[in-house]
Design a protein around this ligand. Structure first.
Ligand code: CA
Length: 708
């Protein structure tokens, strides 16, 4: 008699295809007896594939065995594993989902998600590891609305499941219920959903005509990327302050209210941004993210939004009614349209490098193990520092990212995308993104954080700064300028050139002239020049840490000098909202979920620092008026610039062509310096010392632009 506990469920904990020629079996009883000659895989039709044991290891009280086959397994087959005559288990998909053979077998290049027409809607899900998929249809938009109908979906080509629903299915609420070989089930929203109920865990079919804005179209193509001046802000920060004068505070529609001001008459919100002269407004994530409860609009909640839930749906908490799936779509489109009407372009921050919670994300719920990178021990890789790395190099992940960008570009007329932690993604995916937007509008700006992070992807495949030469027309945040100007972001008190750092003159000017020779940059349009972004201390707060004994006036000079350096650098200009008025977050280094009080625009500070704001506007208009400040090739920069002096805390350089001649002086010393050159032919046209200019003396902590 065999022991009665040898039912398959109790004997085998896990049985999964590891690769095209191997399966891994975990046995709960390490003493279990079996004959390796008799272990086989049995197909549905009863065909047997013999197995050879290749590895065996004891893990705590279990036995893990790897079996190999001589003939490759058929991934479209359902196998049963047979250890002995009476111990069998269904074979799951294991690590094989992360092999090229899996992509070759199941890559599907067609349309996924809901395809709507008046007469019928086709819903298609890619779920090659599921044994069956049921479409669950709900009665209503609430999170607890009851199930109305369940429909068994038909298995179609290359791991897809399809249902065609006849009739007008506008506003149909649905999820997928997937069953896997071992009987386990998941319920998932549609990864390709373009609309969702409140909090995003159910998807909604939408008739595209009902969410189209009449007359909505793209702006004419933008000029060169180096003409861009990008202003980075957050939907809620912009209007949430009590004195903003905005009615729909913290909403998409609040970000386009016109004629708003503080009680003392300071322009706020949309009007304030329009007055700055910037060319592009970049919003922190405004797709659907997980950390704000959309069902509680009256409870103050804050998050930057780097926790993706539905990649192709706008965030509900920014709409005036998150319970109506169409409202957020219409309002976000309206917002973008109104920026366009003012000639301003909109860049969306996209976070394809990780998701909020793997267990609750459609990626994991529909094809477990496929969409993320894993370490050899089976744990999720964590190069992002937020517990998961999206595996962009896999074919269906790449398709997903590219499809998503195409969807936003076509349907929301966006003018650019900022890729969060782009260095997690791979070069080929970024180039595919570039190709797909180029077909719509080659002037769309793609920029990203090309940081080199510890994720399991070959170094030459990472979309990082060093590989910029493999990704033409994709721009990288230039941390070398940022850190050489104000000090490293990870070492709070480490100074850069403007706050006491020594020996940085040559690095700063190399960066200012487009970072030629640094990383893999081929062209100034690949370099985003900045000294402050939403991450880390604001420039002002950093200067408080590095130079605590500065007077407010000296700190202001260091600050405007830094902003001036970034704005007069060759490349794409980038400024963090509020940097122009010396934004402070009161020393909060990472305000991603801090209160409104920390994150909101402080309009009284805008008034108090109006000279700094004016200086910023002057920088903007100088940059816009003169192509020499925004050259488009390293060849041009070489021909049209000369560095005259770069030591002792000073940089003096010239930009010139046949008609124009500019001399730019940067003096980071706390005392004046006499010009070593005769400047009698020059006129001072711009300085961060607005009211105390001396013609031929470089004032302490000054940035001066002369023209002859
Ligand atoms: Ca949300």
């Amino acid at each position: 008699m065999k022991p009665s506990y040898y039912s398959r469920k109790e004997a085998i904990r896990e049985c999964a295809i590891e690769s095209i020629r191997s399966i891994k079996v975990v046995l709960k009883d390490p003493e279990i007896e079996f004959n390796t000659e008799e272990t086989v895989l049995i197909s549905k039709e009863g065909q047997k594939t013999s197995l050879k044991m290749s590895e065996m290891s004891h893990q705590e009280s279990e036995l893990s065995v790897v079996f190999k086959t001589d003939t490759p397994l058929t991934l479209t087959e359902s196998y049963e594993f047979s250890l002995t005559d009476d111990i069998q288990a269904p074979v799951m998909f294991g690590a094989v989902v992360r092999t090229p053979e899996f992509d070759e077998t199941f890559f599907y290049d067609g349309q996924l998600g809901a395809s709507y027409s008046k007469d019928e809607t086709e819903i298609k899900l890619w779920a090659p590891t599921a044994q069956s998929v049921v479409l669950k249809i709900y009665d209503g938009f609430n999170e607890d609305s009851p199930v109305k109908q369940k429909i068994q979906m038909k298995q179609t080509e290359r791991g897809t499941y399809t249902t065609v629903l006849s009739g007008d299915q506008d506003q149909l609420v649905y999820t997928f219920q997937l069953t896997f070989a071992d009987g386990s089930t998941t319920e998932s929203p549609d990864p390709y959903a373009t609309a969702a109920i409140v909090n995003g865990m159910r998807s909604v079919v939408v008739n595209p005509e009902t969410v189209a804005l009449p007359g909505q179209k793209r702006l004419p193509a933008f000029s060169s990327a180096t003409d861009a001046i990008i202003y980075e802000t957050h939907i809620r920060d912009l209007t949430i302050a009590k004195n903003s004068g905005v009615a729909l505070k913290g909403k998409f529609l609040g970000a386009i209210e016109e004629g708003t001001q503080t009680p003392t008459g300071q322009k706020t919100g949309f009007d304030y941004i329009c007055d700055l002269g910037v060319t592009h407004v970049q919003f922190l994530p405004m797709y659907d993210y997980g950390t704000v409860d959309e069902a509680k609009p009256d409870v103050p909640q804050y998050n930057w939004g780097y926790d993706p839930q539905n990649y192709n749906v706008p965030e509900g908490s920014y709409s005036t009614d998150a319970t109506n799936p169409k409202t957020r779509i219409l309002e976000m489109k309206q917002m973008i349209e109104d920026y366009h009407d003012k000639g301003l372009r909109v860049i969306m921050d996209v976070v394809y490098n990780h998701v909020f919670e793997v267990p609750n994300h459609p990626f994991h719920l529909t094809v477990p193990g496929y969409f993320f990178r894993y370490l050899p021990d089976g744990y999720l890789a964590d190069g992002t520092g937020v517990n998961n790395d999206v595996a962009s190099e896999r074919k269906m992940v790449r398709k997903y990212i590219v499809d998503s960008i195409e969807y936003w570009t076509k349907n929301y007329n966006l003018d650019g995308f900022r890729f969060d932690l782009m260095g997690i993604l791979d070069v080929e995916t970024m180039n595919e993104v570039r190709r797909v937007v180029d077909k719509i509008d080659p002037s769309i700006i793609i920029l990203g954080e090309g940081w080199n992070l510890d994720t399991p992807l070959a170094a030459d495949k990472k979309a990082i700064q060093k590989n910029a030469n493999q990704m033409p027309s994709i721009a990288h945040f230039n941390d070398s300028l940022r850190d050489s100007v104000k000090g490293h972001v990870f070492y709070a008190t480490e100074p850069g050139m403007v706050n006491g750092g020594k020996g940085l003159e040559k690095l700063v000017i190399q960066n200012m002239l487009g970072a030629n020779g640094l990383e893999g940059y081929q062209n100034p349009n690949q370099v985003v020049q900045y000294v402050e972004a939403h991450d880390n201390y604001t420039l002002y707060d950093k200067l408080v840490l590095t130079n605590p004994n500065d007077t407010e006036d000296i700190r202001r000079k260091r600050h405007t000098l830094s902003t001036g350096i970034a704005m007069l650098s060759q490349g794409i200009s980038f400024i963090h909202a509020g940097q122009e008025f010396l934004r402070t977050k009161s020393g909060d280094e990472n305000s991603y979920r801090s209160t409104d009080a920390i994150n909101q625009f402080d309009w009284s500070r805008v008034e108090a620092e109006h000279e700094a704001v004016t200086f910023f506007k002057e920088l903007v208009s100088l940059r816009k008026s003169e192509p020499l400040f925004r050259m488009t090739s390293y060849e041009d920069i070489k021909q049209h610039s000369t560095v005259k002096f770069a030591e002792e805390g000073q940089i003096i350089f010239e930009l010139f062509n046949d008609e124009q001649h500019y001399l730019i002086s940067i003096n980071t010393n706390e005392e004046s310096r006499q010009s070593p050159f005769d400047l009698s032919d020059y006129q001072l046209i711009l300085s961060n010392h607005a009211t105390e200019t001396e013609h031929f003396t470089f004032l302490p902590l000054s940035l001066s632009v002369y023209k002859k």
